[in-house]
Write a protein of this length. Sequence first.
Length: 507
Amino acid sequence: MKKFPTKVLFLYFAYSVFSGVNFNSILFAQYIPTYHWSYEYLEQLKVRGYLNDINFSHRPFLIQDIQPDLQKLTPSHFVDNFLKQHIISSTLFESESKSTNAKLSTQLFIQNNLNRQTGQDVWLNRFIPRGRILFNFKDNLSVVNTVLTDNRLDDDPQYLGKQQSGAASFMEEAYILYTPDHFNFLLGRSFLRWGPGQSGTLLLSDNSRPLDQLYAGFHYKWLRFSFVTATLNPRSDSGFVAGRYLSTHRLDIHPLKNLWFGISEAILYGGENKAPELPYHNPVIFYHGVQMNGPTTGNTLGSIDFSYYPVRSLHFYGELLIDDIQLEKTGPGDLEPNEWGMLIGAQGAYQRFFVETEYVRITNRTYKTAYFWERYTHRNEPLGYYLGNDFDHLWIRGNYWLTSSIRLQTKLQFIRRGEGRIDTPFDTPWMDTPIGQNYSEPFPTGVVETTQRFQLELRWHPSRFGFAGMIAGHENIENVENVAGVNSSGWYFNFGFWFEFGKSWGI
């Protein structure tokens, strides 16, 4: 069992002592990191009939967009009331009533999980502290830095980075944010998540490390437009290193009080000694049309999504991802199976209950092309849905609030995963199909790994300082890693907590 370095623990202890414990002076103009627990509670309030002007398919949220609606929210049920109170009393949302021209803030989030599963002889502890420093000037200009340390991140074979004193640490966020009326501008490293999915999103998710990006956004009444251009980690193969870049834009439309639409497009491009392309820095150009006319190729993807709240306490949503659809039938290359994905889900609330279900399906070869640098990943993790491609996933979750601070949650998952992966070579078996015949393949492809998972979670959230919880679950996997006849089954257990605090100073 790996021990967390004493030096790091001492530094965080010293940080907590010298920063003090003052909860009345936290910055107002900043993004809510997409990993923060408040999103789950905000989602429940949205389905219960509040926060009507907030678009939950475009994250992260700005605190100045959320906080006014929260303050004027009048709960109609005691569950609604304590959801509101948990959020507005958290470290991120508490703000100083006395106005100052500038503020300097420090925040500390500590996440700890103790895990054990069948076959393990010991409990494994994962300790993830985040230290944040924020500077805010006149409510619309912020500078944010977040350092994450994880004592088990370097155990992940997909992790790119150095191990330091038995742990891994990196700058998770580092950005300058400017929010004048109707505009948002960001330069630096930040999270980005587009789409209504709960278990994940298809075109752009927060599954990978936050992007180093230039972001520009405009919003006015029922319309919002966003543009992002970012650099991704370089990849090496075939004897050379390829630079990689991502550009994406999105249009959100809010035609009715209870209806949202989103249209997004992205292109991932690069190559040996490749520099960023100016056409892909044009926020209003059609990326697919540019790459079709050359000379630069790229992996273009598009998506459309919706969120519909027909009545209070009910939410339907969906997302369609288009990677490559074959419309012509002029040669063997046109026999390539369509590459696409879909996500559809529903949420419902009734008094103490909150229930969600979601189905996701993504076909083989989605998110990739024949060029290794165009695979839709960042630092070895998918930029889209976390399971990659060649799978389907049914997800059901139910919540019941026993009291204002105790929640019981159950979750069911059913996953079928074929042999396809984003990082496997792009094969073309349809090219061997005789002329006049069609090509088809099963879904999922090859030997299919199937997973059935059930878990029960109990969370105790007594105050603004954080919460504690425990999980017990059972998992059954057939054809592990797509190897026929290799099965596993067993229980797993988790005990964890989240703790947060902060302090601010007027300057």
